[in-house]
Structure formats: C-alpha cells, structure tokens
Design a protein around this ligand. Sequence first.
Ligand SMILES: [Cu+2]
Length: 555
Amino acid sequence: MARRQAVFLLALAFALGAMSSMASAAIVEHVFNVENVTVSKLCQDHVITAVNGSLPGPTIQVTEGDTLLVHVFNKSPYNVTIHWHGVFQLLSGWADGPSYITQCPILPGDNYTYKFTITKQEGTLWWHAHVSFLRATVYGALVILPKSGQYPFPTPHEQFPIILGEWWNTNVIDLQNQAQALGTGPNNSDAYTINGMPGDLYPCSTNDSYMLNVAHGNTYMLRIINAALNNQLFFKIANHKFTVVAVDASYTDPYVTDVAVLGPGQTVDVLLTTDQTPGAYYMAARPYFNAQNAPPPDNTTTTGILIYDELPYTSPIMPLLPALNDTPTAHNFSSSLTSLVGSPNWRPVPTELDEQLLWTIGLGVSPCGPPNACTGVPISHPPASANINNASFQFPTSQSILQAHFFNVTGIYTADLPDQPPLKFDYTNPANSNNTAFAFAFKSTRVKQVKYNATVEIVFQDTTIVGAENHPMHLHGYNFHVKYNLFNPVIRNTIGVPVGGWATIRFQANNPGAWILHCHLDAHLTMGLATVIVVENGPTPLSTLPPPPPDLPQC
Ligand SMILES: [Cu+2]
C-alpha cells in the first residue's frame, strides 16, 4: 500500500504555499489508510485508530476551486466515515460524510472515495471521523488557500496548523460503549494535545511536545483548530498578543487579543508577530467550563513551545491562563468577533425570513413520551439523553436520511420536528432542572424540511433541564450569520450557545441535501442533540442534487 500511496502523492498537482495565484483548478488526491496503530503516550503504549499511522492525520491543502479525491481504505476493526467539517459540499451532499445522514458507514475491509469540489470558501477547516467517538484520533487539518493568492491582510511569512485535541488512555469505542451502558457521560479525558502531543506538563511527555521554530521579526499565521471531543478550550502564548483574522474559514475584522477561545469544531486563524525577546515561550490550552449541575472536566493543560531562532533554552515562559470558569474572558472573545464586510465570499445577512424557528437544546429523559409522562421517572446526573425541542435524535440504521429523501423512501424519518418548543416554560430557571414535566424527550428521527433558497432563522435556547451546559451547535453544508447584528455579524459553521443562554443564526438554504445540525460535543451528539435540515431541490439543474455515486456505501 505504501507504493500505491506514493503514486497518489506523486499525482498531487497543486502549488504549495500562497504563491498559487496562477494555479488553475487542480485535482488533489490523497489516500487515507484508516488503521489501528500502537503509539506511546503518557508512559504507556496504546492502540489507536488513526489515518496513515499519524496523529493528527495528514493536512490536506487545496486552493479554492480544486477538486478533492480522498481514497479511504478502512483497515480498522470499526465502521468509518469521514466528514469534511465546514466544506459546503455544493451539490455534492453525498460526500459530506456523517454516518446514517448522507451515507452508511464504510465497513471494515471496505473502501470508498470521497470526491468533491471546494468552491466559494477559503481558510481553515478540518476533517474528522463522523461515527461513534472515533474522531478522538481520526482527524486532521483542511486548508483552503485563496484562488487569487491574496489574503485580505499582508501575506504571512509561514503558516502552521495548531490542532487542539483530547486524549484518553483507553480505547475510545470502549469509552463510548461504557458511557452508553451506564447511561452517563463519558469518563474525563487524560490529556489535551497540540498537534497530537500533550506537552511537558504531563508525565513522560518531555519529548512529546509540539515545537514551533520561528525567526525573530516575522509574522506567522497559526491555523488553530479545536478537535477536542467534549471541551471548549482557552489558547494563549506567553508574552504574545495575536490578531484574529478569520474563524471557521470566514474572514473577520482584525481583532487583537492575547487569548482565543474555541468550542469543539471551531477554527480560529491568527497572525502572530515574533516581536518579543528571542527565547522560548509556551503556547498552552486548557478548558473553559461553566456548566451547572455537571461534573467538572479534565482540567489539565497542554503545551507546545515557540522557539525563536533555534536558541537553546531551559525553561520556557508560561502564559497565565484564564480560570476554568472565566466566562467574562470567553464571552469577550466570542462577542468581539465581526465579519470582514466585502471580503472574499462574504455575504450580507438575510433580512426577509421564510422560516423562524425557536429550538430548545439541552438534556432530558428519553424513556418517556410527551407531557407529564415522565412523572416518577428519576432524572439522573448526568443523563443518557439530549434533545432539540424535546425530540432526542435517533440515527436510522437501514439507510441514510439523504437516500430516503432522494428516493422518496418512507419510514426512515419524519419531517415534523416542531418549529417551537412543545411546552413554554422558564427555560433558564435552575429551579426547573428537576421538573419531569419539561424533561420528556423520546427517541425519534424527526427532521426539519425547508424549500430551496428559504431564508432560515434558528434561535437556540439552552435549557437548565438536568443541568445547563454550553452546546457548540454545528450545521453541515452551510455557514451562518450569528445574530443580532444585521451589518457585520460573525459568519461561522459552529456557534457556542452559552450556558443557560441563547444564540441566533440565519442562513439561506441554497444547497439541496440533508444536513445534520448537531451539538459538537460528541457526548451530546450520541445522546441525541441533533436533527437534520432537509433542503429540497430548486427549479433548475444547478439547484438539483445529482444522484448518489454508484459506489456510495450502503447499509
Ligand atoms: Cu451539547
């Protein structure tokens, strides 16, 4: 297989770096061998599932307009799919990747080629497994360079992916099975990582630290990605400020800060100028967590080292990180971001609305049906269930939602997710957290269907049922505007809905398909905090989803 991979790599026909202004659309090919490998981490050997034997997996770099072909060979013992997080998949929704939503899994021993063209977007995205908890070790960066070769800021000297991850000393499939069997959330992770490495605050990890060598007086772009399964993360670099220029592959007004906050699934591009005394500086990440009625997370700190001019060093300078529950810092970061009006692919906020949805999101109790039927059912902490408008999403098993939609197969899902909560109550009153009358959330496969080109507004309202947590809500197939700001709201694909708070998004449904909308905490996704936006075809061939590729994995 090594030879086959080499052949594909030789076929790579794209220009590296930011000098690709002359490049025409290319076909970029990669081979992903998903397989179990043994890695040594935190003083032990572990068998993990990874792509091409590396953690993180390969960085994919394309130029906008390129067509990407990724040949996935599943040599692992688990079902696998790969999702291209943030890629619009315009009229290529079959390649989106979430299991049982746009395809059935690639079975062990099978292979499948994802093929899609990346258009109307540039910046930092990523790819990850979209089945079970496998994305804990099956992930990597996806960098889209501008077709023009120009950024809306001075071209950085060099650029580096900084992927924040979360590590368990146990098999993550066992971790998920155990959590589901016990009806709890998963055990806490054992470490966080930067580019797969925990850093020297952890045992046996002095030589397992990410090292970033820089020269004094340059400006670098760090493409920061939060690939953690279940935690928001603060990120800082000692003695350095940086300038945020994009989030989720959407340009922002330049925002100078010394700390970034990323929910799982989010990306932040920053420009870092090496203007400090030459030496060694830690970059560090640790969680931000302020949930109510929930057990605290793994509260350890991952570090990498920024080294000027390859100088020898003994003890790098450590940044002072915000406290675990520093909500003012987290809120200040996310509320300071605005989109860069007129930048490439920027779009104004839709102002005429076809759909106005109010969706409560949070935890609940699944075994019981609609109102009051939960009476007498104990509410556990933590629960085994999460929901949108009291509907806890059940993934189909016999075929994907998109297949059922495309081929008009009934009995797979119902297009009846309510537009409004089934009960009005004081959603954020902690006194309601044990109220069984509001906690019902039976399992169902309920989706929201909208017309092609409909303008959609969704208000996500967190509830305190069981407990209140931050939910990073991620929509496939689209970017959305984060309201309320009708001029230059930030444009993202994942928005953290604050603990006991709300967030509003708007988007125009101009991409037919079946797009999962879900909490990007895998703990909550597997408990049912998800639904699907089914977008109908439009009136023309250019607004109609083509048939699936003939080799699309079936159930
Ligand atoms: Cu959540």
